[in-house]
Ligand binder design. Sequence first.
Ligand SMILES: Nc1ncnc2c1ncn2[C@@H]1O[C@H](COP(=O)(O)OP(=O)(O)OP(=O)(O)O)[C@@H](O)[C@H]1O
Ligand SMILES: O=P(O)(O)O[C@@H]1O[C@H]([C@H](O)CO)[C@@H](O)[C@H](O)[C@@H]1O
Length: 162
Amino acid sequence: MRKADIIPARICTLNEAVHRINQWRITGKTVSFTNGVFDILHRGHIFSLSQTAAEADYLVVGLNSDASTKRLKGDSRPVNDEQSRALVLASLLMVDMVVIFEEDTPLNLITTLQPDVLVKGGDYTLEQIVGAKEVMAAGGKVIINPIVEGFSTTGIIGKMKS
Ligand SMILES: Nc1ncnc2c1ncn2[C@@H]1O[C@H](COP(=O)(O)OP(=O)(O)OP(=O)(O)O)[C@@H](O)[C@H]1O
Ligand SMILES: O=P(O)(O)O[C@@H]1O[C@H]([C@H](O)CO)[C@@H](O)[C@H](O)[C@@H]1O
């Protein structure tokens, strides 16, 4: 498959994701998962995605839809629409799959995909990480990656406004 075709092919519906992950699992591969809005990509995202990718054979990213993002981060967000954010994530070397979710949280996505490793950034405590209990109950691992200080989408927007 040409590189240009590989990138959009990484953006999956939930059903496509279940099927593809089952294929990966048949060959004994492991899956790590992280989720977020990933609105204006920055080096903190790259660090978090790289940390998550390093934990398993394949990296799946749960991406908040535009409607979910608005409920979570306010009406002025996202800056970039869900298809654009999905394409940017899918174009990253360490990302193997992107699944957009409409809900307020990725709980249904996580319990459906049952990743071996769930990773979130240090802006969350273990108790705050949606899906952590379920992943650990299924024998998986939950990792909180350090925060790269000084990098956030909100901060970038603020700098652009000032
Ligand atoms: N500076 C950072 N260092 C490490 N991880 C980060 C950093 N910023 C965000 N992350 C992680 O990246 C994922 C996506 O976070 P998100 O899209 O909310 O980024 P953000 O820059 O914090 O956005 P916003 O400013 O809109 O809240 C989350 O797992 C979050 O923990
Ligand atoms: O980009 P964010 O704000 O880091 O991503 C949110 O993460 C929430 C987190 O998983 C809670 O434990 C999640 O509930 C929310 O939908 C966003 O993905």
